[in-house]
Design a protein around this ligand. Structure first.
Ligand SMILES: [Fe+2]
Ligand SMILES: [Fe+2]
Length: 489
């Protein structure tokens, strides 16, 4: 007995150390700090815990006999296989502790709702589609599909292997799979809820026609199908914002809220660094189209571009786009000092983004949008100061990095540089803009800036084409605008 006690104590101490190992910074004093804290729960622990909880819920529901233990065990192994086999393909999620915790928590809450629906109303009101939508929006479409299969299987299992339960829930889960990524505002939840209700009515009617139910049961099930759609909307409205906040997951709804120019940070950018604000708007416009061209999230590209240079707010006058006719403060500084000030907009941007609770996806774009590129103007200036005699290390004039880790970060890096570079063209023509975009991308590729992100050569070509046409359109409309207001001679 003493040995067991010591073993349990050591296990708990080990667990506590594990929870605490990644936490750095000040002691947590309030709820806000707690929600923002980086608490890492080991992936294996999350998986095992989820397995035990769901297994226990199945056993409690079915009774404590060795037959139910075995049957529930077989069911659990089946759904674990589906879950592990499918989630393994989402490498970025599987290696992310927070994503795995969210994946497991969403499953546990879903099974809990399933049990409550089964015991207090009817299994038909279990809003499986809400959990599928959360899987797609917060994690990945593949995870949403996993939830659809697993939850429908479990619901059929706990309702004495009823095929109609499995089919109706699978039906309402699959109709939302393709819609989930297109949800952009809370009103879309209502429209999706209506779609789910219609799907429920159609499938329930099909089973009625196949004489699965009496007319009385049919009427009742239609009512439950209606409630199912309603519960889906309520659960999404309540739980999704909580998950978004706690796990810092980016959804289109949150991105559209961040794109509002009334946000304090964007307002500050507009008033304190108008040049950077204008540059960010133009970068956002071309990055959005490039993201669309390669099938990435255009809203994320647009919103991350709005915020990519917020670090310049700390010293706006040191950045060329904000200088206008004033004296360039870099004239009185050494190239090394200028480099230090300019590179600091990465670190400052990340700090500001955290202070304003921006999502991790946006923070990644802020820190990666210059990668480890060399600030060639100050490197060349330093060389000319030394008469080109002293050997300078170009690494001393590089941005701190990291290099882009995602396709969106790579797109923003290219769009940012192309937008800035095209502004230096004297009389922009189609040929000059195309040449500039090609040169910018070629230089980045030679400098191996895309070596850590999964973008392909084919996608880089598509990005280039999209940027060229977007920039050409932008400059053509400006030339037309100038012509309209030119004074007659
Ligand atoms: Fe920048
Ligand atoms: Fe920029």
């Amino acid at each position: 007995m003493e040995k067991i006690r010591i073993w349990v104590r050591d296990f708990l101490i080990g667990l506590a150390k594990n929870f605490d190992s990644d936490r750095k910074g000040p002691v947590l004093r309030n709820t806000k700090q707690f929600l923002q804290a980086e608490v890492k729960i080991p992936i294996v622990l999350s998986m095992v815990f989820t397995f035990i909880i769901v297994y226990a819920m199945l056993i409690m529901d079915m009774g404590y006999t060795y037959r139910t233990f075995l049957a529930a065990g077989i069911m659990m192994l089946t759904i674990s296989y589906v879950f592990i086999f499918e989630t393994r393909k989402e490498q970025s999620l599987v290696s992310d502790n927070d994503a795995v915790v969210l994946m497991c928590l969403n499953l546990i809450i879903a099974v809990l709702f399933m049990q409550v629906s089964q015991h207090y109303i009817s299994i038909f009101v279990f809003p499986v589609s809400a959990f599928v939508i959360m899987g797609v929006m917060l994690l990945a479409p593949r995870i949403g599909l996993c939830y659809a299969i697993i939850l429908s299987l479990l619901a059929g299992f706990i309702s004495d292997m009823r095929f109609d339960v499995f089919m109706i829930l699978l039906g309402s889960a699959t109709v939302v799979l393709s819609r989930a990524r297109k949800i952009r505002n809370r009103w879309d939840f209502v429209k999706t809820g209506l779609l789910v209700t219609i799907a429920n009515i159609i499938i329930i009617s099909m089973f009625y026609l196949l004489t699965f139910y009496s007319f009385g049961q049919y009427e009742k099930n239609l009512y439950y199908g209606l409630l199912n759609g309603l519960f889906m909307i309520i659960i999404l409205l309540v739980i999704l914002p909580i998950f978004e906040r706690i796990f810092s997951r980016t959804t289109n709804i949150k991105l559209i809220e961040l794109a509002d120019f009334n946000n304090h940070l964007l307002k500050r950018l507009m008033l304190e660094a108008p040049g950077t604000y204008h540059h960010s708007i133009l970068t956002a416009s071309i990055a959005e189209q490039a993201a669309e061209a390669i099938g990435e999230n255009p809203i994320l590209a647009r919103v991350a571009s709005y915020y990519h240079d917020i670090g310049k707010l700390n010293n706006p006058e040191y950045f060329i786009e904000n200088q206008g006719t004033t004296v360039n403060p870099h004239n009185d500084l050494s190239p090394a000092m200028s480099t230090l000030i300019l590179t600091s907009h990465i670190k400052d941007g990340a700090a500001l983004a955290k202070q304003y609770n921006l999502d991790n996806d946006i923070i990644s774009c802020i820190v990666q949008h210059h990668g480890t590129t060399v600030m060639s103007s100050f490197y060349n200036k330093a060389r000319s100061v030394n008469g080109g005699e002293e050997e300078l290390n170009s690494n001393d004039f590089r941005y701190p990095g990291p290099k882009p880790q995602s396709k969106i970060a790579a797109i923003i890096m290219i769009a940012d540089s192309c937008e800035a570079a095209c502004r230096t063209i004297d009389e922009p023509t189609d040929a000059k803009i195309s040449e500039m975009v090609n040169r910018v991308v070629d230089l980045k590729m030679k400098d191996e800036q895309f070596s850590e992100c999964p973008i392909t050569f084919k996608e880089l070509e598509l990005v280039k084409e999209s940027l060229m046409s977007a920039l050409l359109r932008m400059y053509h409309s400006r030339i037309k605008y100038q012509e309209t207001y030119e004074q007659p001679k």
